[in-house]
Design a protein around this ligand. Structure first.
Ligand code: UDX
Ligand code: ADP
Length: 458
């Protein structure tokens, strides 16, 4: 069969995998190849157990794999044979040198740019999918335009807005698709080629086009605004705990204002995930670079509140449990940074687990999808940690249960049974406000929620 377009994606991660599976599924007339430097990852994508858990992804991959979706380690061949190249390699925060802890580490990304340059023998459209600092596309263009063999490269920015846990629906019915290009004749032509791919299933009016810099910045700002909502409601949760106000009531009241809206107002132990912190740090770095100190401080506040919220949670546990956690067994329900994913990147549970260990507590962790990642995250932690699949097993004999992730499963457990198995006095710290506090209290637990009055038996 001859395919209308040949599409390559470099980087088979949380972004590249689902996005390409969706393109392959919606466009059987295109041939889509995903390559990665990590052979284990590619082997997993080619097996029955995919490397990432995402509801609906298995079905999509099963329907398309080896039909018009291919996973391979042969990056060079991929570059040679495809005319459209998506780049979705990881861009973590730098851990060394200038900008350490703030700027994005672009080494994987630059390596990819150089590989594209080295192996291209025909014109390519290169699409930035990874979250990157503003102006990276320009750097990409500069690297690619050093070409000796006069191959033409057009660089586009096409940021991904999918959220983990809902990625398949986000890809299928996106609020918008954003494409940034140069506003030259060639740039506009490349932009149209990419828009044509999405137009196979996304209504035209949802495909927004703009210049590259606006596109890159919009991605950072979208995530900064979302994170800011979470930090805003979390900041108010601290005030609620000091007064008679209840954060759920406050969120409901403000969320019904159509100018504010009701989503992303769930108070929690704080936001996690691979994007929010990294993107805000990028934004802050960018502002400082341009001398905009006040703007940088403003956005940095969003991250500060997030750290504060996590520490506050641990302090509340310590105070409630008579100022000592030493030798106490504490069970964490959930380790993923949110429900419906096995991803633990920047999960608040990592911070909470480490702090509990510092307080010499014995920590028991359970999670339906994230235990393997939890083991890696805590590999160097000192103290006693257990990883247990079954939540009842995990909670047996514990002094406290702390809910870290809002998995539906944790709302449906038999809390009377959990109470019977618990060390007394028994405590629940609901870091996601998913339980009915009054019911748990009536079963015998001392209940601490976020932004609500504690319910205690003493
Ligand atoms: C986010 C963006 O939503 C997505 O558009 C972008 O492309 C990548 O980053 P993701 O990191 O998958 O997606 O998760 P998201 O659903 O945004 O949640 C981020 C964090 O905020 C999670 O830890 C979540 O638990 C927390 N959160 C979210 C809250 O604590 N309260 C809320 O009300 C909403
Ligand atoms: P994201 O959440 O942004 O998708 P991931 O870490 O899940 O990030 O995925 C990024 C993928 O990119 C990883 O599988 C990694 O092995 C891959 N990768 C990094 N550098 C390169 C490279 N130079 N060539 C190919 N793949 C790469």
């Amino acid at each position: 069969m001859t395919f209308e377009k040949h599409i390559l994606c470099i980087g088979a991660g949380y972004v590249g995998g689902p996005t390409m599976a969706m393109i392959a599924h919606q466009c059987p007339q295109y041939r889509v190849t995903i390559v990665d430097i990590n052979p284990d990852r590619i082997a997993q994508w080619n097996s029955d157990v995919l490397p990432i858990y995402e509801p609906g992804l298995d079905e999509l991959v099963k329907a398309t794999r080896n039909r018009n979706l291919f996973f391979s380690t042969n990056i060079e061949q991929g570059i040679r044979e495809n005319e459209i190249i998506f780049v979705s390699v990881n861009t973590p925060t730098k851990t060394f040198g200038t900008g350490a802890g703030m700027a994005a580490d672009l080494q994987y990304w630059e390596k990819t740019a150089r590989q594209i340059l080295e192996h291209s023998t025909s014109p390519k459209i290169v699409v930035e999918k990874s979250t990157l600092p503003v102006r990276t596309a320009q750097a990409m263009e500069r690297i690619l335009n050093t070409s000796q063999n006069h191959v033409r490269f057009d660089v586009l920015s096409n940021p991904e807005f999918l959220a983990e846990g809902t990625a398949i629906n986000d890809l299928k019915n996106p609020d918008r698709v954003l494409i940034g290009s140069r506003e030259t004749e060639e740039g506009l032509k490349a932009r149209n080629t990419l828009a044509e791919i999405y137009a196979n299933w996304v209504p035209r009016e949802k495909i927004l086009t703009t210049n590259i810099w606006s596109s890159e910045l919009s991605k950072l700002v979208s995530n900064a605004f979302l994170a800011q909502r979470v930090s805003s409601i979390n900041a108010i949760s601290a005030l609620c705990e000091k007064t008679e106000a209840d954060i759920s009531e406050v969120a409901r009241a403000i969320g019904t204002d159509s100018r504010i809206g009701s989503r992303f107002l769930n108070a929690s132990i704080g936001f996690g995930g691979s994007c929010f912190k990294k993107d805000i740090l990028n934004l802050v770095y960018l502002c400082r670079y341009y001398g905009l100190e006040d703007v940088a401080d403003y956005w940095e506040g969003v991250i500060k509140i997030n750290g504060y919220q996590q520490e506050r949670f641990v302090r509340n546990m310590l105070t409630a449990m008579f100022n000592t956690l030493s030798g106490k067994r504490i069970c964490l329900f959930g380790f993923a940074f949110k429900a419906n994913t096995g991803d633990t990147r920047e999960s608040p549970a990592i911070y909470v687990a480490r702090r509990l260990l510092e307080e010499q507590a014995e920590v028991v962790i359970t999670d339906p999808k994230a235990l393997d990642n939890a083991r890696i995250d805590l590999a160097d932690a000192r103290g006693t940690v257990h990883f247990v699949d079954d939540p009842y097993e995990a909670a047996r004999g514990c002094h406290a249960i702390a809910i870290m992730t809002e998995w539906a499963l944790y709302g449906e457990l038999d809390y009377a049974r959990l109470y019977r198995q618990a060390e007394k006095p028994a405590f629940i710290f609901d870091g996601r406000n998913i339980l009915d506090p009054r019911r748990c209290f009536e079963l015998g637990f001392n209940v601490f929620s976020i932004g609500k009055r504690p319910l205690t038996h003493f």
